[in-house]
Design a binder for this molecule. Structure first.
Ligand code: M6R
Length: 615
């Protein structure tokens, strides 16, 4: 989805803007633009396609500017052409936008009647003309006071979602923004202030960040950040230090961010456990986990809501949480949850799981749960994200920045945080005795090293990919906790390689999908030695009997499975608690290597965005 950046300070070059936009590329985009304001006026360059197209035009921008804005556009209204790329200009106003203006048609009619000419097909251009129109109407006050007042009037007329970056030629050292529904952070360094859709764009320049909340207008100057509400009330909020580094956002010698991030599963899990499990006492530290203020003892049930990969992490955690905390757990797709008549009360804990913390479906679902009186917990990876702000409590997954559009290490970290939540509930509700709790704490601590061993499968899976990249369809099956892993494996394969893939609970095969099995159907069978092992083996036999081809994932010393399989991925021996963490790795690697073999864009697959901020 779109990315915005802005700068005010002693002077930034065109490459500053380009590099900051590069850090937002992972969000997904199809055109881009930069505006730089100098004493000679404003220079705007825009380009269709990737940032390399915009880079070719950088020499047409001034060498330095005290104020500037940049944008990556993920087309919603109008094709991804140069003309539709942001920023858009109206008189002295230059504006760019992340979000959607839902009432743009009505506003456009009004503005056309007032003599404005539209040069693009975007909804955003309406905001530029509207702001210009309101600004023009004000005849007294300084240009800055008029801009603030005009902006207040504009935000009152807009319906939809927005985070704007706005320059005004009459106020050459000021940058304006307003936020509703789309993410926005501001950063501060010595004599410079910044705004962006995410902290990744700015970590190179500052670690001091502040999250802008909905219904707020921001005015940035080199030495100050002023925030006021849409109705003009001043807001004071401290900056927070974020411990993300530039190195965390580089490829670190790997060919793709995705491969690096798959290799970061162990560290993502270890960091998420760190400080939250107390090995000496065999207990969970509720404060570090971020759940101390929740009424864990008196809850009657959990509802976990999420999308995509985060949803599969939630589905998987249900098995563990119900088994350990003995509390009912419902798992819902966030996009469905808000439209069903879910009954929640103050004894329901609604847990929103989201890597980005910005997913619009999850955001709306958690709003609805909160409005209906539920307790809410955010399990997010991006510090200070909107979902985290919206919930009563926040439990950060510590995967570090995830740049590849396909979620990998964040999945492992989410699973870890949700397992910890299960144990925190078990501890408080005494559904496990001390020895049982200690057993699980010890199990969790073993996960990073077992997952590390699973990463050793990368080379053999790369070779295996040579036999799978030409397929047009694959089926994935698993039982119990391996079913969400099958779902995750099939999602990864589809989104990266564009190969059709479906996942089923293995027990469901006979209820329909078995009709698909013939000698052309390849089935990825998750069959580690767990409580479901024998039953899954029977399913494999059924597939073989119908000529289906088996790629089995099971323990490395499982000779029985090895014999049944056409291809075999052998994972290290481990306990049932740890298994899903270990089986997720080869499926992430399989999708990765098949995509590499097919030559698709692994880090930015077609049509996808990292932060899905539209419903
Ligand atoms: O940021 P979130 O975790 O809320 O994102 C949810 C999904 O959009 C995300 O997991 C998506 O399915 C990924 N592309 C999966 O790899």
């Amino acid at each position: 989805m779109c990315g915005v950046i802005g700068y005010v300070g002693a002077g930034a070059s065109p490459s500053f803007f380009l590099n900051a936009l590069r850090r937002l590329e992972y969000r997904g985009y199809d055109s881009a633009g930069i505006a730089m304001l100098t004493a000679d006026g404003v220079a705007i360059q825009r380009a269709e396609g990737k940032l390399s197209q915009l880079e070719r035009k950088l020499d047409q921008l001034p060498a330095k500017a005290k104020v500037g804005i940049g944008h990556t556009r993920w087309a919603t209204h109008g094709k991804p052409t140069e003309n539709n790329a942001h920023p858009h200009r109206s008189g002295p106003i230059v504006l760019l936008h992340n979000g959607i203006i839902e009432n743009y048609r009505q506003l456009k009619e009004r503005l056309v009647a007032r003599g404005y000419q539209f040069l693009s097909e975007t909804d955003t251009e309406v905001a530029a003309h509207l702001l210009h129109d309101e600004y023009k109407k004000l005849t007294s006050g300084t240009p800055e006071a008029r801009m603030r007042s005009a902006l207040r009037s504009v935000v009152g007329q807009l319906k939809g979602a927005f985070a704007f970056g706005i320059l005004c030629l009459d106020t050459p050292e000021v940058l304006y923004s307003a936020k509703l529904g789309s993410p926005l952070v501001v950063g501060q360094a010595e004599g410079e202030t910044f705004m962006a859709s995410g902290i990744t764009a700015l970590v190179e320049h500052t670690r001091q960040f502040m999250v802008v909340e909905d219904h707020e207008i921001v005015v940035l100057k080199p030495e100050s950040v002023e925030i006021e509400t849409f109705d003009g009330q001043p807001v004071t909020r401290p900056f927070q230090r974020v411990e993300w580094s530039v190195a965390m956002m580089e490829k670190g010698g790997y060919r793709h961010f995705m491969l690096k991030e798959i290799h970061e599963h162990p560290i993502a899990i270890a960091q998420t456990l760190n400080g939250r499990v107390q090995r000496d006492s065999g207990t969970i530290n509720l404060t570090d986990l971020g759940v101390a203020k929740l009424p864990l003892k008196t809850l009657s049930r959990l509802q976990i809501i999420a999308c995509g990969t985060s949803y599969y992490a939630a589905c998987l955690s249900k098995y563990f949480i119900e088994a350990t905390a003995r509390i009912p757990v419902e798992v819902d797709l966030a996009s469905e949850y808000r439209y069903r008549a879910s009954t929640v009360d103050s004894k329901t804990l609604v847990v929103a799981v989201s890597q980005s913390g910005e997913t619009a479906d999850t955001l709306q679902a958690i709003k609805a749960a909160r409005a209906n009186g539920a307790q809410t917990l955010a399990v997010v990876n991006v510090p200070g994200s909107t979902i985290a702000h919206m919930c009563h409590a926040e439990s950060l997954t510590k995967a570090g920045p995830e740049i590849g559009v396909a979620s990998t290490k964040a999945f492992a970290a989410q699973l870890t945080a949700l397992y910890l939540l299960g144990l925190a509930l078990a501890q408080e509700r005494q559904s496990l005795n001390d020895a049982q709790l200690r057993f699980y704490v010890d199990e969790l601590v073993k996960i990073p090293s077992l997952v590390e061993r699973s990463l050793g499968l990368s080379d053999s899976i790369e070779r295996l990919a040579n036999r799978y990249h030409h397929l047009s369809s694959l089926l994935f099956i698993g039982r119990g906790p391996q079913w969400p892993i099958a779902l995750e494996g099939s999602l990864k394969l589809k989104e990266l390689s564009y190969i059709h893939a479906e996942a089923y609970a293995a027990g469901e095969l006979k209820h329909g999908p078995i009709a698909l099995i013939d000698e052309n159907m390849h089935v990825v069978c998750l069959a580690p030695r767990d409580a479901y092992y024998e039953k899954t083996l029977s399913n494999i036999e059924e597939i073989k009997a119908r000529g289906g081809r088996i790629l089995a994932v099971g323990q490395e010393n499982d000779s029985q499975l090895l014999q049944l399989a056409d291809d075999f991925i052998g994972i290290p021996e481990c306990s049932e608690t740890v298994l899903p963490f270990v089986t997720a790795v080869p499926l992430h690697l399989l999708a990765y290597w098949i995509a590499v073999r097919k030559g698709t864009d692994v880090d930015q697959p077609r049509n996808l965005a990292k932060s899905v901020t539209v419903e």
